[in-house]
Design a protein around this ligand. Structure first.
Ligand code: NOJ
Length: 438
């Protein structure tokens, strides 16, 4: 594997690194038993260069070939075209050369890839996260992308050109409609789409349940910036569209490293009190930080620090791998799940308390959102008619006018406290207030 499974060579099997199909079946059965839904990562944009399709001379047109490259760049840097020595022609890859892009204009490609969805549904998938969706269809005239005037030497290579003809093409929406038709209305479809809000939200009508909203990943960590972001998203969402917020993922630095460990608690409260479905990256509930990695595993050489093993307990390899085994990446030094379970005020305990509160207070996931303050470190918003969330993103004490009773505070030490007129917050503290009886 060149990209940890994002280079599929067999769509109907599990790589031995991860296990077997029987392991998958056991996982699906256990998830069902626990009442959990199973969402699989579906990778329609490309396959591995080891996939039999790519090696089959009769299927050349299942991929994208040109005699001469265009100026299209790979997300991972360098030209997105690689020369095939046998034919002298170039094939396109939005990511690694080992990940040739499929030609979604070809009906047989579409049929074969829709069959992949059906295969995994029959095996127990409840939904899919669709990888690299904005890249899926490329310009049929292979026009060069326009140069990016804002690009400077030293910036990310991918940004040299504006990916106008390689991403978010109108035909992507047509494929989403096909995905929806293939999976039916009962399965969840999430799209991996790094797009501005006005483009992102068009994918609801195309057939996605949730175009993933990654904007918090790159937002400045200030009350002003986050308040403006939430308002812009809420304003852009079509009627009835269900929101999504992502605070961390396997492609970006760890949350606790990005915003600082002292802000990890308000970040958790933000994520779990915004309207819609929160996406929480494994280990962020423990406050895991980026880990130093001596031997890079990531072909892009930048994502390993956020992919370290989950520290379950104080045993060998933190319970992630048996004694004597070497985990694929080094373990960090953060407190394990077992440590944090034993500590009633841990970050893990806060996540559990927030999730429990969401369950009993529908206003927190489904109620309307109204930002009431976004400045000088304080972000405050009303959720429905019953709750006010006040977050102090500053390191120092802040005050915010409010009245009600504390339902939960990030320090897990103010439950039930009555607030009459003015709410005082410690640096980095957040509070959910119940402001009225329903
Ligand atoms: C997006 C995935 O999140 C990333 O991890 C992967 O490398 C690329 N797509 C290519 O599939």
């Amino acid at each position: 594997m060149a990209d940890f499974g994002y280079d599929v060579s067999d769509h109907r099997d599990v790589d031995p690194v991860f296990g077997t199909l029987e392991d998958f079946d056991a996982l699906a059965a256990e998830a069902r038993r626990l009442g959990l839904r199973l969402i699989l990562d579906y990778i329609p944009n490309h396959t591995s260069d080891r996939h039999p399709w790519f090696r089959d001379p009769a299927r050349r047109d299942w991929y994208l070939w040109r005699d001469e490259p265009t100026n299209w760049r790979s997300v991972f840097g360098g030209s997105a075209w690689t020369r095939d020595p046998a034919s002298g022609r170039f094939y396109y890859h939005a990511y690694l050369a080992e990940q040739p892009d499929l030609n979604w204009r070809h009906p047989a490609v579409r049929e074969a890839m829709l069959d992949v969805l059906r295969f995994w549904i029959a095996r127990g998938a409840d939904g899919f996260r669709i990888d690299a969706l904005r890249q899926l269809v490329k310009d049929d005239r292979f026009r060069d992308n326009p140069p990016n005037p804002a690009w400077r030497e030293g910036d990310d290579d991918y940004g040299r050109v504006i990916p106008r003809y390689t991403t978010d093409r109108p035909e992507v929406a047509e494929q989403v409609a096909r995905f929806r038709a293939a999976v039916g209305d009962e399965r969840l479809l999430i799209g991996e789409l790094y797009l501005p809000f006005e483009r992102l939200v068009t994918y609801y009508a195309a057939g996605l349940d949730m175009p993933a909203n990654f904007h918090l990943l790159s937002a400045a960590w200030t009350a002003e910036a986050i308040g403006a972001l939430v308002d812009a998203y809420e304003a852009a969402l079509p009627d009835g569209a269900w929101p999504n917020w992502v605070l961390g993922n396997h492609d970006r630095p760890r949350l606790a490293s990005r915003v600082g460990p002292e802000q990890a608690r308000v970040a958790a409260m933000l994520l779990l009190t915004l309207r819609g479905t929160p996406t929480l990256y494994y280990g962020d509930e423990l406050g895991l930080r980026d880990v130093d990695v001596d031997v890079p595993r990531d072909p892009w050489r930048r994502r390993d620090p956020a992919r370290s093993p989950m520290p379950w307990d104080g045993g060998p390899n933190a319970g992630f791998a048996p004694a004597g085994a070497e985990p694929w990446l080094p373990l960090g030094d953060g407190a394990s799940v077992a440590d944090q379970r034993a500590d009633p005020r841990s970050l893990l305990a806060l996540h559990r308390a927030l999730l429990a509160l969401r369950r009993t207070e529908p206003a927190l996931w489904g109620g309307g959102h109204e930002t009431v303050a976004a400045g000088d470190g304080v972000l405050a918003y009303r959720r429905g008619r019953t709750h006010l969330v006040v977050l102090n993103l500053a390191a120092e004490r802040r005050e915010h006018p409010a009245a009600g009773r504390v339902a939960l505070s990030t320090g897990l030490d103010r439950d039930g406290e009555a607030v009459a007129g003015m709410l005082a917050l410690r640096g980095g503290e957040g509070v959910v207030l119940r402001i009225a009886e329903p």
